[in-house]
Ligand binder design. Structure first.
Ligand SMILES: *Cc1c(COP(=O)(O)O)cnc(C)c1O
Length: 303
């Protein structure tokens, strides 16, 4: 798995006694570098877990071929990738398992929560037990068994009906939500093109195989100190433009899984120069103009 991700990616495995092995990312998409996965494999490897950063797909053809060659399952962390595509395949539906998040920061939100997508039917039954606190209650409700019992590990992973209704209303409006987000994303992209040409910043790169979902608009600044200075400048203008993931391999808890001999140079470099811009459904064009103008005025005052 990449180190450049949220803790949930690693926790899912660590909670079951597995040990994450971190792989560096690609400089263009900030996704796991598929060319570095094979050398991270060992006879103990149980799965390959990829993260589709900012709703931009990993190089899934290469990753699936590698997984096939080594007979390993692929888990897609598509937390940020709901309604994004890789060559017309929805993210989260390509590997053996896909994970969505409906955390409040995602395109579709139930406050907290998520979904597991299962491609191999053989895992579906067990997933239902785990979801239902380790019982076969779902089978009982369908009339397949005449009582339900404790049959496996599990927990209270079900969202309540109220929470599900809150999410469902957004999924019914998915096209409206997505077109608004895409318009805001494109507007940033167009407005900041000139600054990229002058090498003041780098905009997101979307490979032609990907249809992203406008989950995030981020910038890469030339140095960490420029990034931090711009963040402070935007803060003084009332704009919250945060950085993003701190690499897991260097985190207080993640360090134990990292030998420390090697480094993950792309992960360390890009995470220290990245900044996210505000992008949400209710964001007005006037507010967005204020962000764009503030970024432009920061760079014109520097030169
Ligand atoms: C949001 C997110 C998750 C899931 O977060 P939860 O709060 O556990 O829903 C996992 N991976 C990535 C990359 C995320 O951005």
């Amino acid at each position: 798995m990449p180190s450049y991700t949220f803790t949930s990616t690693a926790n899912a495995f660590v909670l079951r006694g597995a040990r994450p092995v971190f792989v560096d990312i690609r400089p263009d998409t900030l996704n796991i570098d598929e060319r570095l996965i094979e050398r991270a494999l060992s006879p103990k490897t149980k799965a390959i877990c990829v993260v589709h950063y900012a709703g931009v797909a990993c190089e899934m053809d290469a990753i699936l071929a590698l997984a096939e060659a080594h007979k390993l399952p692929v888990v897609e962390d598509a937390a940020q990738g709901v309604k994004a595509f890789y060559k017309d395949r929805a993210l989260g539906s390509i590997g053996d398992f896909g994970c969505f998040s409906f955390h409040e920061t995602k395109n579709f939100s139930s406050g907290e929560g998520g979904a597991l997508l299962i491609n191999a039917p053989s895992f579906a039954e067990r997933a239902e037990y785990i979801l239902e606190k380790g019982t076969n209650r779902s089978r009982f409700f369908r009339g397949e068994v005449n009582k339900y019992n404790w049959v496996d590990i599990g927990s209270s992973y079900l969202p309540s009906e109220i929470v599900a209704a809150f999410l469902w209303a957004q999924l019914e409006q998915a096209e409206v939500i997505q077109s608004k987000r895409m318009a805001l994303w494109e507007r940033y992209h167009f407005a900041l093109e000139e600054l990229e040409r002058r090498e003041s910043l780098r905009r997101p790169i979307i490979p032609s195989s990907c249809r992203h979902n406008a989950h995030m608009y981020y910038l890469l600044l030339p140095t960490t100190s420029i990034r931090n200075e711009l963040m402070e400048y935007l803060k003084s203008k009332g704009i919250l433009a945060p950085f993003h993931f701190l690499p897991l391999h260097a985190s207080p808890f993640g360090q134990q899984y990292w030998s420390g001999e090697k480094s993950l140079p792309i992960t360390e470099d890009l995470s220290s120069r990245l900044m996210r811009l505000p992008l949400f459904f209710d964001f007005s064009l006037a507010e967005q103009d204020h962000v764009i103008e503030s970024i432009c005025s920061y760079f014109s005052s520097r030169h």
